[in-house]
Design a protein around this ligand. Sequence first.
Ligand SMILES: [Fe+2]
Length: 368
Amino acid sequence: MRLVPVNCLKGGEIIAKTVIDENGSRLLAKNTNFKSYYKKKLQARGIDRIYIADKLSEGIEIKDVISEKTRLRTINLVKDTLSIFKATQQIDVTQLKTSVIQIVDDILSNKEILYDMVDIKSKDDYTYGHSVNVAVLCVMLGRKIGAEKSYLKKLALGGLLHDFGKILVPDEILNKPDKLSKDEFDIIKQHPSHGYQIFKDHPLLTPISKVMILMHHEKVNGEGYPLGITKNQIHEGARICSVCDVFDAMTSKRAYRNEYTIVNTLNEMERMTKDHLDEDLFKTFRGMICYYPVGTTVLLSNDTIAIVEQNKIGSIDRPTVRVIYDLKNNEEIFRRVDLSATKELKVERELISEEYMNNPSILRAMRP
Ligand SMILES: [Fe+2]
């Protein structure tokens, strides 16, 4: 399977990965045919790429770090927990705790700790999908630094609930597509405190999950909020949450901007270690994120186009690729290259949707 811009699909292609909508239900189901009228449906939700299965990408499989069942179930539980709180002011995290065990077990069942995927989220699904991604990334980073299973479960629950306090921020501020005024931003900045107030006496949450909610916007230089504390005063769980939160936020499309590519996100985060993010944790984090996830299309340094086939730990910026088109000679080719074994060739960059659509040669090469 491979990731393609929705724009270049004609209809009839096989959908290779389920697309989940903002309500946690299946918008497009795996193994069904794409219909051209789906385009509008997807674009209205800000989804501009999906995974398809075709001849060019035969044999290329992506593996989510948690199962689709776990992901869907957790997204729905986060959504239900929020709406029950909104209606009744009651919080029941019993089921969320079961989900947390599932997330941790799913992640521990993978041999390698590699985040090798592009999560397709609708722009309206930001709250729920984001919470689950942050939880998953927190557990992966926790595992990478050698945390025990009981700590991983606390990290997962904190990750799932880190932004819960946003429920008390008015929707028109939360979803405002334009730049926020200072007063509006001040209101948003209250969400960690709101979240902490909601959970601080909850018997089923451990202190670690609670401080993750309270401290996930603190910065190592002391200029974060709400407490303005510095690096060692910020609990490690919250520093982990902060790295994962920033990564998932930057790689997601939002109402007011497009997503960043993974490489641009990691480079920007590197700069943020000077004042915001924990440098050591970020270094470890960077080592588990594949720069070019399996199924993405990349431009190589010799002007050829390739689909990423496989990533390996230790060479996450040099995947094994399937070269399919030579842009210089405008001809189709088929060659497998392990970029970790050659010095002559490297990935120039990931090809993004606009490039795909605006360059006729690329479009011809890539059209299913
Ligand atoms: Fe937040």
